[in-house]
Design a binder for this molecule. Structure first.
Ligand SMILES: Cc1cc2nc3c(=O)[nH]c(=O)nc-3n(C[C@H](O)[C@H](O)[C@H](O)COP(=O)(O)OP(=O)(O)OC[C@H]3O[C@@H](n4cnc5c(N)ncnc54)[C@H](O)[C@@H]3O)c2cc1C
Length: 387
């Protein structure tokens, strides 16, 4: 049975978006803002129940390749203006973001990367020695070879960012229904035509799948495939301490990300290989590895207690880059999928995806993320990703 938010159930919509995380809401908001009527968002879970309510909240525009930089730098700029764009406070804090190299190989990657950052307008500095001490005084200096500091990165707590998107969507006329699972997608004559919620059918001109860790299941419902697999990512929060860490941090060699919240908690996580994929339970290996990385690089954290530890599901792709655009095998079926940095990428992708759907032409910055890139041998390589 459907559990809508009270209003009568539509049988027709201009755009149905499956998934009410940041990707779905950002797309919906920008469609409605551009004048689209009848935008409907359906979400199986509760508000913020997906990865958009469970992430590390870090935002950065500097990566190691043109495609990533152009999309994510644009999105980071969107984050900076987002409170005024949405008319609600997202609590984005531009505290900077530092990418740290602990090995010669990664130090070389950062030396190459800084030129790309400057070429594409990212405000970034390559640091070593005294420069690293100034930005990250608490890190073990003898473990760091160099770092790139991104002036415009930062953090945006999900309760505020999601609340702002949700409120702005409602004000713009988007119909959002949580606790409403899409159980089928119909196709006819080479196009996706309707979504099913149990025995209720909603005809749509366009369907956008933004279902996070469940994108593959949605694709299967309509008989198409998308690359990648679903996987679990975990994070943890330490008890509050005095201000120790200013910017967001990516420890590229340790596959670890972290920051200190305004409350003083250190929040972050790391990845261990071969994790079970479709479970929200958090367990010991990630917790132990994250604690090990913290203790090695920030000895001041070693005696702190772990306050919370949680997991979220994402859709990981073979090159860790998102899948954005129309499906090559079915007309009027679009995806905003494969997101590992989807919190950072949400605001900018919402703008560009809505524009692409309305114009029927994929925006230039989204084109490298096309769903058929693996089949074309055009996978995206980026050596600065931490997952
Ligand atoms: C622990 C962790 C740390 C992270 N840290 C960061 C970070 O610091 N920075 C960053 O940029 N990214 C980070 N990420 C990744 C980021 O959270 C995701 O990439 C992003 O939230 C994806 O947004 P989304 O809208 O695609 O998916 P989600 O937020 O997962 O939303 C998908 C929605 O689809 C709904 N859904 C699923 N199936 C159906 C169905 N059949 N019918 C209707 N609805 C359905 C779900 O209920 C869900 O609400 C992290 C993720 C995790 C888990």
């Amino acid at each position: 049975m459907m559990q809508g938010q009270g209003a009568a159930w539509p049988t027709r919509a201009s755009v149905v978006i499956v998934g009410g995380g940041i990707q779905g809401l950002a797309c919906a908001f920008n469609l409605a803002r551009s004048g689209s009527k009848g935008v409907l968002v359906l979400d199986a879970g509760y508000w913020q129940g997906g990865a958009s309510g469970r992430n590390g909240t870090l935002v950065r525009g500097g990566f190691g390749s043109q495609a990533w930089i152009e999309l994510f730098e644009f999105s980071t700029r969107c984050w900076q203006d987002l409170s005024s764009t949405l008319g609600h406070n997202t609590m984005f804090s531009r505290r900077g973001y530092t990418m740290v190299a602990e090995t010669e190989r990664t130090a070389g990657v950062l030396e190459d990367t800084i030129h790309l950052h400057h070429q594409y307008g990212v405000r970034a500095k390559l640091l070593s020695g005294r420069g690293v001490r100034r930005v990250l005084p608490a890190i073990r200096q003898d473990k760091v070879l160099n770092a790139i500091h991104l002036a415009d990165g930062g953090v945006a707590p999900h309760h505020a960012g999601m609340k702002a998107f949700h409120a702005a969507c409602i004000e713009a006329g988007v119909d959002i229904r949580y606790r409403t699972r899409v159980t089928g997608i119909e196709r006819q004559n080479g196009r996706a035509t309707a979504v099913l919620v149990g025995d209720h059918r909603i005809e749509a001109e366009t369907i956008v799948v933004a279902a996070g860790g469940f994108n593959l299941a949605l694709a299967e419902m309509v008989g198409v495939t998308v690359p990648g697999h679903s996987m679990r990512i975990e994070a943890m929060a330490l008890e509050p301490i005095r201000p120790l860490i200013g910017p967001g941090i990516a420890l590229i060699d340790s596959l670890c990300y972290m920051h200190q919240t305004a409350r003083g908690e250190v929040v972050g996580g790391t990845e261990v290989p071969e994790r079970p994929r479709m479970s929200l339970s958090a367990d010991f290996p990630v917790l132990a590895r994250t604690a090990g990385v913290y203790a090695r690089l920030f000895p001041q954290l070693a005696d702190l207690r772990i306050l919370r530890h949680w997991a979220g599901l994402i859709h990981a792709t073979p090159d860790w880059a998102p899948l954005i655009g129309p499906h090559p095998d079915l007309r009027d079926l679009w995806f905003s999928a494969g997101w590992s940095y989807g919190w950072t990428g949400g605001p900018g992708t919402g703008v560009l995806l809505a524009r692409s759907i309305l114009e029927g032409k994929v925006e230039r910055r989204l084109q490298p993320f096309a769903l058929d890139r693996f089949a074309r041998g055009a996978a995206l390589v980026d050596k600065t990703i931490v997952m």
